[in-house]
Design a protein around this ligand. Sequence first.
Ligand SMILES: NC(=O)c1ccc[n+]([C@@H]2O[C@H](COP(=O)([O-])OP(=O)(O)OC[C@H]3O[C@@H](n4cnc5c(N)ncnc54)[C@H](OP(=O)(O)O)[C@@H]3O)[C@@H](O)[C@H]2O)c1
Length: 171
Amino acid sequence: MKISLVVACGLKNEIGANNDLLWHLPADMAYFKELTMNHHVLMGRVTYESIPKKFRPLVGRENIVITNNPGFTNENIRAFTTIEAGIEYAKSRNETELFIIGGAKIYEQTLHLANRIYLTKVNEMFPQADAHFPLYNTHDWTLTKSRLQIKSESNNYDLYFEIWDKMKKRF
Ligand SMILES: NC(=O)c1ccc[n+]([C@@H]2O[C@H](COP(=O)([O-])OP(=O)(O)OC[C@H]3O[C@@H](n4cnc5c(N)ncnc54)[C@H](OP(=O)(O)O)[C@@H]3O)[C@@H](O)[C@H]2O)c1
């Protein structure tokens, strides 16, 4: 099973503030939906609760939520008290590509497991951010694809839709 991280970051790796996103980007939301549809998505409890109630669980996707609270449950999600258990669950369902969708605490603990990062780079800095994507060594990753979408009336920032793949160790 491939493990992919999906994230939108500002120029300083900013991903959120006050348990919310830093932007409203319909183009990125549509991309996120297209990527993750019909797959398992794994997220931290804070990210799950940051999704507006009417949009959660994310439809058409099996929502895996990681929390230390064994009592955290809901008939429409799968909650696990360890990330490993969440990953194993997706594997047991014959998932081909598991999407890890944040937030910062979950990215930090799963970056080393990932084969791919779908990175939407938001061409702006957000000093108010209190959540960041972990720093990663670009020597370990190769840029497979990059597409620029110029800002528009509905998307306030230039966006780079990038795909980074983990380099295979040569020896
Ligand atoms: N820009 C983006 O692409 C993007 C994507 C996702 C999220 N975000 C933003 O990121 C921010 C949230 O990130 P965050 O780091 O605060 O929260 P988070 O990673 O979403 O969730 C953290 C919570 O997950 C649970 N958890 C994490 N690791 C665990 C482990 N090893 N075992 C058991 N439970 C574990 C804990 O839940 P309990 O407290 O219940 O134990 C912890 O409090 C928000 O601002 C959100 O909008 C941005």
